[in-house]
Design a protein around this ligand. Structure first.
Ligand SMILES: NC(=O)C1=CN([C@@H]2O[C@H](COP(=O)(O)OP(=O)(O)OC[C@H]3O[C@@H](n4cnc5c(N)ncnc54)[C@H](OP(=O)(O)O)[C@@H]3O)[C@@H](O)[C@H]2O)C=CC1
Ligand SMILES: CC(=O)N[C@@H](CCC(=O)OP(=O)(O)O)C(=O)O
Length: 345
């Protein structure tokens, strides 16, 4: 059994990790932290886990994280980089759901996250945790930087087109929507029911920290310079993310060949479902599962390709992806504990 520690177990991605580990056959959560809920049984705070999770939260200073085999950080940016060196020195693998180990460009990290990076040595060896595009590095990694939720959809949607060299990489446009759980379980005015429900708005139009992350990673897939216009929106759903990705075709390619690029790229991927050409994926077809679904369109058979991508931001966009990485790091079948069927309606 893999001994798991979770730092930040009271938040949305933390409780999602607890839910996934409740049925993971090869791993057991032995420590889960909360600064405020020291001693509180997890199942008391989250009755959905009654009878399935029997640990209690403990304050981070009491949790014996160095006794774990792997520690997940489901915490704000900056927490993992402060604790990772001690854990790695003790032989513990680290998976950070925040951004501390995502970007190799330290200056860009410091600019966008407004934090000095205190752990650049480990950052250099960290693997970016998107298995479909970085599987071999994840298998060998001691530290994984799990991707942001929007960047997962943008990378998996654009990757087949960039690798095939059929689009203008310098002018990608990503119009993305997230459910409110994407902002975490914090008390904030804009996240109140009466503010976020029956409402729909864009944010971060002039710049969002997921742009530099996505551009850095997409640049590994093409020798062309990548340019990205990314606009996130908050939609009145709890879970779910829908990204509409646009790109200008630069090569003659028919629709069947376009579709084949995606089917070939993802034919062996357990968590990427390529729908028939022209389909309209719905967020609810991924809810509470690690599945990402996408569909390719070409309006009017013109020179713009549109890729629609949906996922559950808390699962493939965060905790499920992190467990997928853990499975790889420990030599397990990648799908272990991640076979949940989406909940519909
Ligand atoms: N929500 C989403 O869809 C996604 C989130 N992420 C990233 O995952 C991380 C967690 O997100 P999410 O679960 O939504 O966040 P939440 O705000 O819901 O939870 C944050 C958790 O971190 C704990 N925490 C806060 N500060 C500290 C600290 N200084 N030391 C230790 N623990 C701390 C809190 O627990 P307590 O106060 O009890 O100690 C809480 O359990 C974030 O970095 C987020 O950006 C990534 C992809 C998607
Ligand atoms: C709806 C919403 O607010 N979403 C968050 C993204 C969540 C996430 O994946 O971001 P990080 O891990 O990079 O913080 C946002 O736009 O800030």
């Amino acid at each position: 059994m893999i001994k798991v520690g979770i730092v930040g177990g009271t938040g949305y991605t933390g409780v999602e990790l607890l839910r996934i580990f409740a049925t993971h056959p090869e791993a057991r959560v032995q420590a889960v932290t909360s600064r405020k809920e020291d001693g509180m049984p997890v199942a008391e705070m989250y009755p959905s886990l009654r009878g399935r999770v029997d640990v209690a939260f403990s304050s981070p200073d009491k949790a014996r994280l160095t006794d774990c085999d792997v520690v997940f950080f489901a915490t704000p940016h900056g927490v993992a980089m402060a604790q990772a060196p001690e854990l790695v020195a003790a032989g513990v693998k680290v998976i950070d759901l925040a951004a501390d180990f995502r970007m190799q460009d330290v200056a860009a990290f410091e600019k966008w996250y407004k934090l000095p990076h205190s752990c650049t040595d480990l950052l250099k060896e960290a693997a970016y945790g998107l298995p479909e595009l970085n599987r071999e590095a994840i298998r060998k990694a001691r530290v994984v930087g799990n991707p942001g939720c929007y960047p997962t959809t943008m990378q998996l949607g654009y990757a087949p087109l960039l690798k095939a060299g059929v689009i203008d990489a310098s002018h990608l446009i990503a119009d993305c929507k997230s459910g409110v759980s994407g902002a975490g379980r914090k008390a904030e005015l804009s996240l109140l029911f009466s503010e976020a429900s029956d409402n729909f708005k864009a944010y971060g139009v002039s710049g969002h920290r997921h742009s530099p992350e996505t551009i850095e990673r997409l640049s590994h897939l093409t020798s062309d310079k990548v340019g990205l216009l990314f606009t996130p929106h908050l939609v009145p759903m709890i879970r779910g993310m829908h990204s509409t990705l646009y790109a200008r075709l630069t090569k003659e390619i028919d629709n069947a060949a376009l579709q084949a690029l995606f089917e070939d790229a993802y034919k062996d991927e357990p968590f990427v479902d390529v729908l028939p050409f022209g389909a309209h994926p719905e967020t609810r077809t991924t809810r509470a599962s690690n599945m990402l679904r996408l569909a390719v369109h070409r309006p009017g058979d013109g020179d713009t390709v549109v890729v629609l991508v949906v996922q559950d931001n808390l699962v493939k966009g965060a905790s499920g992806q992190a467990v997928q990485c853990m499975n790889l790091m420990f030599g397990l079948d990648e799908t272990t504990g991640l076979q949940q069927v989406p909940v519909l309606p």
